[in-house]
Design a protein around this ligand. Structure first.
Ligand code: SAM
Length: 377
């Protein structure tokens, strides 16, 4: 697979060579128009993220992806790629769920440099409407497109097929952006959050959403763990289905649950190797602090304690072949240090390109990076 960075200089000679190769080998050329979203700062820094997300998802395509690069056409940003055969229905399904995809076009085959574009219809196969993660707005919310990117990276780096019913855990789930994104993919989603108010708001919103969409559902709460001298951890679980018929059968019901508790206690709450992916946006200490320790201290900007005390439990609840994907502020902990915590726990850190190219600036105080960790099969 050849990846050209966005500022790679491609000469006319190269273009002619590439064109010749494409015609001889029947390569197809595609352009993705990048979704601008509603956050201009995020859009501006999301070009390298889009390349990384596509390259990682491409490993699960039925065709071979080549020449993934940024192309500016009429001042609009497109992601170009070529394939050795037409995209299959499954490839299109994966593609349509990538966080940056707005529209897909096929390029004139004779000339890969052509700007004559034919639209390619993308399947719309979301389980719950993706609007779910955009409706709640609050300070400290993780950008929903960035969250979808992390989810895609987690699933496509794991050994599991994206179109199976997977189980996701977000151990620092806030009001639930990751959980809501997971529902759009049809996954069962579980969150842990230490702040009762955030949790309450997330649950109230989800209940209202299910009611407004007229989905058959139940909501129940129970204590799932109690440590001596501490308040018990309670789980609130929603079971829902898109139709009454689907609700009748346990296997076609979906689940979303939130635990009021601590990230480090994941094993005490879930008790077995069950999650296919663990995805979370660690606290940055600006709106949300990191709270660690059995008896929570005051929040800090540094998530070291949260990470180190949580890794053993996360490892135990993650299935073999599963992945952990976490975003954090790399101004506070270096990538090397972050990787070391997971390596010491004998987990594999995916560090080669494009995994090492996801770091990007959010604002003056936050440089966000994403670590991808795998539990070997
Ligand atoms: C960056 S926010 C996540 C925001 C979330 N993705 C959303 O969009 O709502 C991190 C969250 O971690 C929570 N947190 C901090 N320490 C925790 C701990 N030890 N266990 C569980 N949650 C924790 C904070 O209260 C905060 O809600």
């Amino acid at each position: 697979m050849f990846i050209f960075a966005k500022d790679t200089v491609i000469t006319t000679y190269h273009r002619a060579q590439i064109a010749k190769d494409f015609i001889q080998h029947n390569y197809m050329n595609y352009l993705i128009l990048q979704y601008p979203g509603h956050n201009w700062v995020y859009y501006q820094s999301a070009d390298q993220l889009a390349l990384a997300e596509l390259q990682i998802a491409g490993t699960k395509f039925e065709c071979d992806l080549q020449e993934i690069e940024i192309k500016m056409i009429a001042n609009l940003r497109y992601i170009h790629f070529s394939t050795d055969k037409p995209l299959s229905e499954r490839d299109l399904n994966i593609l349509s769920k990538l966080s940056f995809v707005f529209a897909l076009f096929k390029v004139d085959e004779e000339d890969p440099d052509s700007t004559t574009l034919t639209p390619v219809e993308l399947p719309i196969k979301f389980h719950l409407d993706p609007k779910i993660s955009t409706l709640l707005k609050y300070k400290g919310k993780t950008n929903e497109l960035f969250t979808r990117m992390m989810l895609n990276i987690a699933v496509h780096s794991s050994d599991f097929a994206f179109d199976k019913k997977l189980e996701l855990l977000d151990p620092v789930s806030g009001k639930g952006t990751t959980l809501f994104e997971a529902t759009t993919f049809g996954y069962d989603a579980y969150g842990i959050e230490v702040e009762g108010n955030a949790l309450q708001e997330g649950q109230t919103f989800f209940k209202k959403f299910l009611e407004e969409e007229r989905f058959k559902h139940t909501r129940s709460s129970r204590v799932i763990f109690k440590n001596q001298g501490e308040s018990p951890a309670e789980i609130t679980e929603f079971e829902y289905a898109l139709s009454k018929q689907e609700f009748k059968d346990e296997n076609t019901r979906s689940r979303l649950a939130m635990v009021h508790g601590a990230a480090a206690e994941a094993y005490n709450y879930f008790k077995k190797e069950r999650f296919h992916v663990i995805v979370g946006d660690l606290p940055y200490g600006i709106k949300h602090g990191n709270k660690a320790g059995k008896v929570y201290g005051s929040p800090t900007r540094n998530p070291v304690e949260l990470i180190t005390e949580s890794i053993p439990g996360w490892k135990k609840v993650l299935r073999k072949g599963g992945t952990i994907v976490l975003a954090w502020n790399s101004h506070v902990i270096t990538r090397k240090k972050m990787a070391r915590f997971f390596e010491e726990a004998e987990l594999e850190v995916l560090n080669d390109a494009p995994y090492d190219q996801i770091e990007h600036r959010v604002d003056a105080a936050i440089k966000r990076d994403v670590i991808v960790v795998k539990k070997s099969s």
